[in-house]
Design a protein around this ligand. Structure first.
Ligand code: ZN
Length: 305
């Protein structure tokens, strides 16, 4: 039976984080769903975040991975940035076209408040601000679009971004479930209208979204894979699964890249650091990996070597 939900590229073990794409309603709707439990749990552990920050960054990474499905070429990348007035202050996420994402919150140690027991108030952690999406797809100038945050609950903010900045009527749902300090389930779905869609199509999708569709994380707890979640949401027996791919938290940082960053400090500062006689430690914002440079290395760097 499970074969019904097979699409090229989906991992053999469907419990592994992955994204799946489908079309439905006679090709008028693109439906995308993603599971991000391991992605979000990894982010929580590297950034040592409280529950509110984990939920916020987890939803943000999940939404970013969903909209990054439109990246095509090997070298394409997408940076999403929230700048906000709430205690988390902001978040940055970078995705590539291979399902890799890396992200960090400006402040990960924020107080967790609740809408009601069990429902984290992400909007309170995020506050007011803006969502910016920058896509570098090999053109002369990267594409960039920005919107005000609607609620800071993230899913609504992505929906508003897609509608106003990319003129694509969409539905986005995101969820991160945390129990005993760990992410137990996380994922999301994005339904987008494709060219040629009718008012009936849009009406249908909006009604499905508003009609008490269960929380994504509840469905995942019940064993629903991303493809099965799309099936349930669309309720279209002719839904077609096109393809999928694994998603993961992955950071391409390296000692070389860190060196380039240090080199930007300039000769004077580098010589000063080097003359302190002590090793300098730098930490990658995205993944927390530490890199150590000796005074000798810093001196060489100052000389442009
Ligand atoms: Zn890194």
């Amino acid at each position: 039976m499970e074969d019904l939900y097979k699409a090229p590229g989906i991992p053999e073990d469907t419990k592994e984080d992955h994204l799946v794409r489908a079309v439905a309603l006679g090709g008028h709707v693109k439906a995308v769903a993603v599971s991000t439990t391991a992605v979000c749990e990894y982010a929580r552990s590297v950034h040592k975040m409280t529950n509110a920050a984990t939920a916020a960054l987890g939803r943000f990474m999940t939404g970013s991975l969903l909209i990054a499905e439109s990246l095509k070429n090997d070298t394409d990348s997408q940076t999403t940035i929230i700048r906000s007035s709430g205690p988390i202050k902001g978040m940055t996420c970078v995705c590539d076209s291979h399902g890799h994402a890396r992200a960090y919150p400006v402040e990960g140690n924020v107080e967790t408040t609740y809408h009601y027991p069990g429902k984290i108030n992400v909007g309170a952690a995020v506050g007011e601000g803006s969502l910016t999406v920058i896509r570098d797809v090999g053109l002369k100038e990267p594409y960039s679009g920005s919107v005000e945050l609607i609620s800071g609950e993230i899913a609504e903010d992505f929906t508003y971004y897609l509608a106003s900045s990319e003129q694509t009527p969409s539905v986005v749902a995101l969820g991160v479930q945390i129990a005993e300090g760990h992410v137990t389930h996380a994922g999301g779905l994005m339904i987008q209208m494709l060219p040629g869609f009718t008012d009936e199509d849009l009406d249908y999708v909006e009604k499905r979204a508003k009609g008490g569709f269960p929380e994504i994380t509840f469905l995942m707890e019940e064993g629903f894979t991303p493809a099965k979640i799309l099936d349930l949401f669309m309720g279209d027996p002719d839904i077609q699964y096109l393809d999928g791919y694994p998603v993961s938290f992955s950071c391409p940082c390296s000692a070389e890249r860190m060196k380039d960053g240090l080199a930007a400090l300039g000769k004077k500062d580098l010589l000063e650091l080097s003359s302190s006689g002590e090793n300098i430690e730098t930490v990658c914002h995205f993944c927390g990996k530490k890199y150590t440079f000796t005074p000798e290395e810093l001196a060489l760097l100052a000389q442009g070597k």
